[in-house]
Structures are given as C-alpha cells and as structure tokens.
Design a protein around this ligand. Structure first.
Ligand code: CUA
Length: 324
C-alpha cells in the first residue's frame, strides 16, 4: 500500500517517479524489501508490548508491589527476548546479502560507473576497445539480464543508490566495488548519491532506464556513433563557438576536436532527459541557463562561468540540442 502511495508522489526531473525501496523492480530490491517489512513488523510488535507493559505499570493499584525476585525474572526474560530478536535480525540480514552475491562472473555484462563531484560517468565496455560507449548521469540496462556495476570514484567517496533496484554501494577512489543487478521490470528509476560528498551532494542524481534487451542494444549502437554533423547554420556556428572556447578542455564530443575528460561526454547530450546530474530537464531553456550561469543552477559545481554573447549562446544551445 505504501508502495502504491509513493506512485502519487511528485514526478522528478526527466519525468521519473519518486524512487521507493517498497516498489522493487529487481529481485535484489525485493529481498531488501522483505527484510525491511520483517524488521518493521517485529519492531512494531515490540513497541506495542512495551507500551502495554508501561500502561500496566502506571495504572495498576499501588498496593500490589511485585516481589523483587519476580521483577528480576521479568527483566531477565525481556532481555533474553531482545537478544533473540537481535540475532534473528542479524541472521535475516546475512541471509539476504548471501542471496545477492556481487562478484562478477565471466558471462556478466559489466557497466562501469565513476563517481565525480557531482555527476556520474557511465562506461559500457564493448567486445573491442572501439566499441566503448561513454555517457553520463543516465544508465541503460537490459531487462531480465544480470548486470554487474563496477563502481569507483575519481575524487571522494560517493554511494550508488537506486532504491527500486538494489541497496546502496560505495564508490571509493582507487577501489572497485561490484554490484550485481537483475532488473526485471521495464521502466525508469531515479537514483541518488547516498554518501555526503560535498556541496552539491543533494544534486547528484541519476536515472536508470531498464529496457528490453533489443532496445538496450539499439541504445548502445546509437551511442557508439560519433556526434551528428550540424545541419542548420545556427548549429554550425554553435559548434564553432564550442570548439573555440574552453569547453573543449573539459568535455568530449566525439567526431570533433573536443576530447576533455573532466566533465560529462556531450557526444549524444540531446538524447539525455536531464542535465546537471538529473537536476533539471534537458530543455533549451535549462541548457542555456546552465551554460550562462551554471553556478546559479548548482552552486559550487566545477564548471567555470563562460562569458559568451547572447548570439553565441543561442548558437551553442542549437548545436548541443542537435547532438542526439
Ligand atoms: Cu556524491 Cu554524495
């Protein structure tokens, strides 16, 4: 019921529903949900028993003082029950994590995710090095297939959390943590960085698109292509503006001279639903606002302000909007 209520919640940037660990879309999340309900109902029962005993203690007639030995027995029994319950929680938690092994097997598809302040770099390695696909902040996964996420960080510790799909897993600099997932239901799922990582931690979101294996392969094939050639005069001018400004030192647009790696790859920017790590919708207005004053949208982010004329800004937006 609570899961159904969450569906009524606000729709987030990219038209994605509010995430909920109570609407699992993968067996890993379903196991965690069962564990959560088991703990909730057990703790609720304990809470009610404690309240009942408290009410009895407050309301019983004062003349009936229980002997000290009786009181000691009751306290010992209550402590023993608490220990049994805590062990039951421990065993249930260990059983749930044993059911979710994370180490990759040779047949698993690997998706590499690199955390940055404050965005997600996503790599889909191919059979050959030139089949590598690089994107940002949006992760596409095939439904009904095992996928292992290979998580690491370029700067500080982040934590990957897509509540509908799995629990949390840290991205640690210099280390690789693995996270096995088998998303069952086609859909879009919101994810969030779950470890405080600096000023814009709260705006370090991402979107997971679970799609049919065919659609997933189509996605990879389209993302492997180099950037679209500009077809309008505006977009042509926009590309010129991009290539002659400091944009190229941080961003890559494959097929042009831009090959910076400090910031999101923009080769297929227009195919993404959001910008700034799922902070705002990917519209011409937001994109223009971001280029003109990204610090106003997401203060502290590492993109310096760029002083471009309004004509250049419009051309730049036209070009970036053409990169589907
Ligand atoms: Cu990255 Cu919090």
């Amino acid at each position: 019921m609570i899961g159904a209520l969450a569906l009524l919640g606000p729709v987030l940037p990219g038209g994605v529903p509010t995430p909920s660990a109570l609407r699992p879309a993968a067996p890993q999340a379903a196991g965690l949900e069962s564990l959560w309900w088991f703990m909730l109902w057990t703790c609720t029962a304990v809470f009610l028993v404690v309240l009942a005993v408290l009410a009895y203690a407050m309301l019983r007639p004062r003349t009936e003082e229980p002997p000290a030995r009786r009181a000691a027995e009751i306290i010992t029994a209550a402590a023993a029950v608490s220990v049994v319950i805590l062990f039951a929680f421990l065993i249930a938690t260990m059983a749930t994590s044993r059911k979710n092994p994370n180490e990759p097997r040779p047949t698993d598809r690997i998706v590499q995710i690199i955390g940055h302040q404050w965005w997600w770099e996503v790599h889909y390695p191919g059979a050959r090095p030139d089949e590598l696909v690089i994107s940002a902040n949006e992760i596409h996964l095939p439904a009904g297939r095992d996928v292992v996420l290979d998580l690491t960080s370029a700067d500080v510790i982040h934590s990957f959390w897509a509540p509908n799909l799995h629990g949390k897993r840290d991205l640690i600099p210099g280390r690789h943590n693995f996270f096995r997932l088998r998303p069952e239901n086609v859909g879009t799922y919101r994810g969030q960085c779950a470890e405080f990582c600096g000023y814009q931690h709260a705006h370090m979101g991402f979107i997971v698109f679970v799609e049919s294996p065919d659609k997933f392969e189509e996605y990879l094939a389209s993302q492997r292509k180099p950037a679209a050639e500009p077809v309008s005069a505006d977009a042509s001018r926009g590309r010129q503006v991009f290539l002659t400004n400091p944009c190229v030192t941080c961003h890559t647009i494959r097929g042009t001279g831009a090959s910076g790696t400090n910031a999101p790859d923009l080769t297929h920017l227009a195919s993404r639903r959001t910008i700034a790590a799922a902070t705002v919708d990917n519209t011409a207005g937001h994109l223009g606002g971001w280029i003109a004053d990204s610090q106003g949208v997401k203060p502290g982010n590492h993109m310096p302000p760029h002083l471009v004329s309004s004509e250049d800004l419009l051309a730049l937006v036209a070009y970036l909007r053409s990169l589907s």
